[in-house]
Design a protein around this ligand. Structure first.
Ligand SMILES: *[C@@H]1O[C@H](CO)[C@@H](O)[C@H](O)[C@H]1NC(C)=O
Ligand SMILES: *[C@@H]1O[C@H](CO)[C@@H](O)[C@H](O)[C@H]1NC(C)=O
Ligand SMILES: *[C@@H]1O[C@H](CO)[C@@H](O)[C@H](O)[C@H]1NC(C)=O
Ligand SMILES: *[C@@H]1O[C@H](CO)[C@@H](O)[C@H](O)[C@H]1NC(C)=O
Ligand SMILES: *[C@@H]1O[C@H](CO)[C@@H](O)[C@H](O)[C@H]1NC(C)=O
Ligand SMILES: *[C@@H]1O[C@H](CO)[C@@H](O)[C@H](O)[C@H]1NC(C)=O
Length: 386
């Protein structure tokens, strides 16, 4: 089950963090679906630390969507097998074979998986422990007309925030006084994964003809800044903000663009890096101007780079090809319905041509939690415990 620590590549950054790695930290399979919190903390070599997080709220796109799009008039849905094959065989809308990074975080902190906000009865029932507003194909900006015409309507960040505002109205009634309500929100974790569609799908199909890359990047940062401030005004204090992954290395981009001299589509990655560079100054500015706030960056881009540089040490043998089979069999479309995916799912970084496998989600979750070289200025566990 375990690699020995001598080949563990992220042992060096771990020297600079509060939780030290013990041998056997490089796990090559995700934990069992039904694992309990105690056993999972042990699996992650986190001993018996105490965690007291009231709730986990999630915003973003297909990376985290647990099925919101199933309730929308859009063709972007992953509600069929092989999606969910390792989620007790149930396709939920998640764009992967099993749990996502936020599902793993929920299990680590001992909370239910945050349900889709649009599954109204579930969302109401779980409003006190967390709700997920993520919508596949959603962005910082609303999807441009061409994208909306092609794929239908999905939830933009502004709409997700509007739904959360309604959640807070429901929630308020569940607390005795304004103080305990404010305490609940300020202690809860807010997880963001957004920007990839703005820089990928929206840019490719339409926005490139409306903006220069530089202007567009600035527009996205300005919008994101307003969105995070709006959430602060609603009472949010603990923000965990992912940057955008190197989408120029996803199977889809490689197959479509066929880079000649490099492994990945460098033009796309350069656009992403240019955007990502503006996130740390944004977050430190927000933290210094909004009293009581904590903004932490999840450096997703770096985690992918580390995995690509040293796949075996994370248990991966395949970093370039999708595990599932798409209708064209050339990795240019989401998985074809009811076609058996590859057997060695844990060894693939990508489950479909755009999205990580459950095991990659698990790698991301455990590095965010423990490793301040990819979660700064503090690791996710420290943010949770703060
Ligand atoms: C958690 O799971 C482990 C292993 O299956 C089991 O031994 C333990 O009793 C469980 N603990 C709780 C609190 O349920
Ligand atoms: C668990 O925590 C208690 C109290 O802090 C400590 O005495 C004990 O040694 C810990 N056990 C492990 C396995 O870390
Ligand atoms: C759903 O979207 C399609 C095109 O994206 C549109 O033609 C249709 O009218 C929409 N249906 C509803 C109920 O909004
Ligand atoms: C929020 O609630 C109000 C009042 O119930 C409703 O009119 C509105 O459509 C809701 N908005 C969202 C985004 O759910
Ligand atoms: C953006 O570009 C598209 C496609 O070229 C065009 O149809 C649209 O009018 C432009 N939008 C704006 C706001 O300029
Ligand atoms: C993928 O396959 C489809 C259907 O055969 C074809 O139309 C498309 O051009 C192919 N795309 C690439 C990038 O090979």
């Amino acid at each position: 089950m375990y690699f020995s620590c001598s080949i563990c590549v992220f042992i060096i950054p771990s020297l600079f963090q509060s939780f030290t790695f013990s041998s056997g930290d490089v796990l090559v399979t995700p934990p069992p679906f039904t694992i309990n919190q105690t056993a999972l903390l042990q699996y992650l070599s986190l001993g018996n630390i105490t965690i007291d997080l009231p709730a986990l709220y999630v915003f973003g796109d297909s990376f985290v969507d647990p099925g919101n799009n199933n309730f929308l008039n859009t063709s972007i849905k992953s509600n069929y097998t092989p999606y969910g094959i390792d989620f007790e065989g149930m396709p939920s809308g998640r764009t992967t074979n099993g749990r996502t990074v936020v599902d793993f975080i929920a299990q680590v902190v001992g909370l239910p998986f945050p349900p889709p906000a649009l599954d109204v009865s579930e969302a109401k029932k779980n409003s006190r422990t967390g709700v997920n507003y993520g919508s596949a194909s959603g962005g910082i900006l609303p999807s441009p007309p061409l994208v909306e015409n092609l794929f239908g309507h999905v939830l933009s960040m502004d709409e997700q925030i509007a739904f959360f505002e309604n959640t807070t109205k429901d929630l308020k009634c569940q607390f005795n006084n304004a103080e305990s309500f404010a305490q609940h929100l300020s202690k809860s974790l807010f997880f963001f994964h957004v920007g990839g569609n703005d820089l990928g799908l929206y840019w490719d199909l339409e926005r490139h003809s409306n903006y220069s890359a530089q202007k567009y990047s600035q527009l996205l940062i300005d919008e994101l800044s307003m969105q995070l401030q709006k959430l602060y005004e609603l009472g949010v204090r603990k923000f965990f903000v992912n940057n955008v992954s190197p989408m120029g290395c996803q199977p889809y981009s490689i197959v479509v663009e066929k880079p000649k001299t490099t492994q990945c589509v460098e033009e796309m990655n350069a656009r992403i890096v240019n955007f990502n560079k503006q996130i740390p100054p944004l977050l430190s500015h927000l933290q210094s101007t909004l009293p009581g706030s904590k903004f932490v960056l999840g450096d997703l881009y770096k985690i992918y780079e580390d995995v690509f540089a040293s796949p075996a040490s994370y248990g991966f043998t395949n970093v370039k090809k999708s595990c599932c089979i798409d209708p064209f069999r050339n990795q240019t479309r989401p998985c074809a319905p009811n076609v058996e995916p590859c057997k060695e799912r844990n060894q693939h970084v990508f489950f479909d041509p755009y999205h990580p496998s459950e095991n990659m989600h698990f790698v991301i979750a455990r590095r965010f939690l423990k490793d301040s070289s990819v979660s700064s200025p503090i690791n996710l566990l420290q943010l949770i415990q703060s």
